[in-house]
Design a protein around this ligand. Structure first.
Ligand code: ADP
Ligand code: 5GP
Length: 196
């Protein structure tokens, strides 16, 4: 895909680290930011909107899309399938916009093969105890899913090194400011054309 690489921002990190909280606020604040809506086979949560948070699809549809080569990357994460649609990249990573991709560490590694100069940010929790209490307080996961997400967090934290930036989300305001400054710098680079 002929996408200018400076227009892609991959945000990754363990489930419960605070990725969604941070990028949703950024998307509200800046009209030049866009969000790549992934496809997933996991169940829709109560507050989520189909087509905005995810494209919620069943396994058969997901596998049909795999067969049609519709994904830029896809992976099994926490026992479900998730994938980045090529059509989202084409639509959202357009001139004048910076497109955010919330994808897991496997997906990030795959995307980096196609877009080696993509901006990459890892959001990490202060520690695993904070992650557990945030995930429990969010009340979106069954006991089984919560345990799986915590177990996977340890492995995900080991992949932090592949990301250009690592931001600890301890105090939300300061994590938000840090991510915002990274994106504003990237926007400045995009505007004067030197990222490309
Ligand atoms: P992720 O998208 O990485 O899975 P979320 O953004 O859903 O994580 O955050 C997980 C939960 O933790 C949410 O309920 C959110 O409100 C809360 N949260 C996010 N950042 C912080 C923080 N710095 N301190 C305490 N709670 C937080
Ligand atoms: P959740 O189920 O909490 O929304 O997301 C679980 C995990 O799936 C998160 O780590 C998130 O980054 C990841 N994820 C979401 N969309 C994609 C995607 O399109 N591809 C990949 N590889 N991971 C994704």
């Amino acid at each position: 895909m002929e996408i200018e690489q400076g227009r892609i921002c991959i945000i990754s990190g363990p489930s419960g680290a605070g990725k969604t909280t941070i990028y949703k606020r950024l998307l509200q604040e800046y009209a030049w930011l866009r969000y790549s809506v992934s496809a997933t086979t996991r169940k829709q949560r109560e507050h989520e909107t189909d087509g905005m948070d995810y494209h919620f699809i069943d396994d058969d549809t997901f596998m049909r899309l795999v067969g049609e080569n519709a994904f830029a990357e896809y992976a099994a994460v926490h026992g479900r399938r998730y994938g980045t649609l090529k059509s989202e990249i084409e639509k959202k990573a357009a001139p004048g916009f910076l497109c955010i991709f919330d994808i897991d560490v496997q997906g990030a590694a795959l995307m980096l093969r196609s877009y080696p100069r993509a901006l990459t940010i890892f959001i990490r929790p202060p520690d695993l105890a904070a992650l557990e209490s945030r995930l429990s307080a969010r009340k979106t996961e069954s006991a089984e899913s919560l345990a799986l997400r915590l177990a996977n967090a340890k492995r995900e934290l080991e992949s932090e090194g592949i990301f250009e930036y690592s931001v600890i989300n301890d105090d939300l305001e300061s994590a938000y400011d840090t991510v915002r400054n990274i994106l504003l710098r990237q926007k400045g680079v995009l505007d004067n054309g030197s990222a490309l």
